[in-house]
Design a protein around this ligand. Structure first.
Ligand code: ADP
Ligand code: MG
Length: 275
């Protein structure tokens, strides 16, 4: 049971960080599953050719599976490629396949190449029975056209930060890209949320990194921190999120808290009247 209240509108978040291995995919799928577990209808768009989000959500994504590639390059409707995760009828996935690796190059010569995902999502949501509370876009670790499609489709950027050396390195480049997208492609885009991940509270380093990130981004960093947890890293090899794999583990509890905080934070910011 839950005491969270959904707003009725669709929030589109892109989970971005141009560093690899910082917990983007893990955060996208586990927050999505946690949101679904408290009653939200959630779509995960897997924009990474590696397809790790599709794997973790238990969704087939072999080369012949209709995928985000077909949406971006051949203008398939999203409804034709979306699959339901076996974990929950409220948890949907637009899978990636290996073909997406070529999309970065193929998009260069296409018309409205930055808006392909945005248009597909708008068309999907325009259908009465396609309501979504959240869309979470899992980005590849680069700032190419796939990530730009995510930034153009989203209004919120969620940055997972690993509590490690050089956590803030590269962040100014990412924020510079967000500014450029705001100016030229999508004025609604803003950094709404930073989530500290793989936190090991026993180390002085993790505490220092968390402190430093909170100093730089006092209103963006979530109160909830995701601990380093073996259960979180084991879950994808069973084609599951940690919410389904071990719902009582520290990682699952933290991701559920993060999901509830994400819902509540939006209520707070709407009350303040900010965009
Ligand atoms: P990215 O998508 O940014 O490349 P991933 O989400 O794939 O990063 O995470 C990188 C690695 O770290 C994966 O092996 C994942 O299982 C592991 N990992 C992520 N979050 C945690 C965590 N909270 N505890 C333990 N391992 C984690
Ligand atoms: Mg990833």
């Amino acid at each position: 049971s839950t005491d969270v209240e959904l707003s009725g509108k669709t929030r589109v978040l892109t989970v971005s960080n141009q560093k690899g291995g910082v917990g983007k995919t893990t955060t996208a799928v586990n927050i999505a599953a946690a949101l679904a577990s408290v009653g939200a209808k959630v779509l995960v768009v897997d924009l990474d050719p590696q397809g790790n989000a599709s794997t973790a959500l238990g969704v087939p994504h072999t080369a012949d599976t209709p995928s985000v590639y077909d949406v971006l390059i051949d203008e398939f409707p999203l409804a034709d490629i979306i699959q339901v995760s076996p974990e929950s009828p409220r948890l949907l996935c637009a899978p990636s396949t290996i073909h997406l690796a070529g999309a970065e190059i193929e998009l260069v010569s296409q018309v409205a190449r930055e808006h392909r995902l945005r248009t597909a999502l708008d068309d999907y949501l325009a259908t009465e029975d396609h309501h979504l509370d959240f869309v979470l876009i899992d980005c590849p670790p680069s700032l190419g056209l796939l990530t730009i499609n995510a930034f153009t489709a989203a209004s919120e950027v969620l940055i997972p930060i690993q509590c490690e050396y050089y956590a803030l390195e590269g962040l100014s480049q990412l924020l510079g890209t967000v500014k450029m997208i705001q100016k030229h492609l999508n004025p609604r885009l803003h950094l709404s949320t930073i989530l500290l991940t793989m936190y090991d509270g026993r180390t002085r380093l993790a505490q220092q990194v968390a402190e430093e990130v909170r100093q730089h981004f006092p209103s963006e960093v979530m109160g909830t921190v995701i601990p380093r947890s073996v259960r979180v890293s084991e879950a994808p090899s069973f084609g599951q999120t940690v919410i389904a794999y071990d719902g009582q583990s520290a990682g699952a509890i933290a991701y559920r808290e993060a999901a509830v905080e994400l819902i509540r934070r939006d209520h707070a910011s709407s009350k303040e009247g900010s965009a």
